[in-house]
Design a protein around this ligand. Structure first.
Ligand SMILES: N[C@@H](CCC(=O)N[C@@H](CS)C(=O)NCC(=O)O)C(=O)O
Length: 220
């Protein structure tokens, strides 16, 4: 059985759990990282020398980097479900996954840290303003794409939707509506109906350090 190391409050762990659910794959999970620790232990560092979650073990394959894990699972299991079989759709899924990582992930993470992780005296209004300035055009780009396509890869749900879906849950959960981007909002409404998303991603999003401390422990 596939083993996963990581706490459920981590967005990068959530992506992997959502993927496992979409692929109907049984797995076991160990709560590691954050206040639970364990990710600096020698055994863990042998699997991921970066000391970061998630990590998976599948037979003789040990992997870190959440997007690579999502792609690996999609390629190995039920190919054609999350990883499009047709080259044009696959190219689009890969492209939007890379774009999410290079363009959307960092500013959303800046907003998250400046809301729920950093104490007020360590927060940076300038960094928050810069994050919003980066996100406004990025969300407009996603919206324009989804005006012409049902999903990021085109006609079908794919791993391109998984990475953006997890980020949009965090972004909207932090209190930033996406209603002005009507196509993105419509796409996200559909994402929120998916059972595996509801199970693994649709968890409370902290809006203060106190909430984060509680939610992290509750989710484990
Ligand atoms: N690029 C890596 C980033 C992994 C990462 O930053 N993980 C965070 C949680 S989201 C982590 O391990 N933080 C330390 C901790 O939780 O103790 C990935 O996508 O897997």
């Amino acid at each position: 059985m596939i083993r996963v190391w990581g706490r459920r409050s981590s967005i990068n762990v959530q992506k992997v759990l959502w993927t496992l659910g979409e692929l109907d794959l049984p797995f076991s999970r160990e709560t590691v990282g954050g206040s639970f620790g364990g990710n600096r232990d020698a055994d863990f560092l042998r699997m991921n020398p970066n000391g970061l979650i998630p990590v998976i073990l599948d037979g003789d394959i040990t992997m870190f980097e959440s997007n690579a894990i999502v792609r690996y699972l999609a390629a190995r299991y039920r190919a054609g479900v999350l990883r499009p079989a047709e080259p044009k759709a696959l190219a689009a899924a890969e492209q939007w996954m890379e774009w999410q990582q290079s363009t959307v992930y960092a500013p959303v993470t800046t907003l998250f840290f400046n809301t729920a992780r950093l104490p007020p005296d360590k927060r940076s209004p300038a960094a928050v303003a810069e994050a919003h300035a980066k996100l406004a055009p990025a969300l407009a780009i996603a919206d324009a794409h989804l005006a012409r396509h049902d999903w990021f890869a085109g006609e079908d749900f794919s791993f391109g939707d998984i990475v953006m879906g997890a980020l949009m849950w965090r972004y909207t959960g932090l209190g930033h509506p996406i209603a002005e981007h009507g196509h993105l909002a419509e796409w996200f409404d559909t994402i929120k109906e998916r059972p595996s998303f509801r199970q693994h991603v649709a968890t409370p999003v902290a809006r203060s350090v106190e909430e984060w401390t509680r939610i992290e422990r509750e989710l484990a």
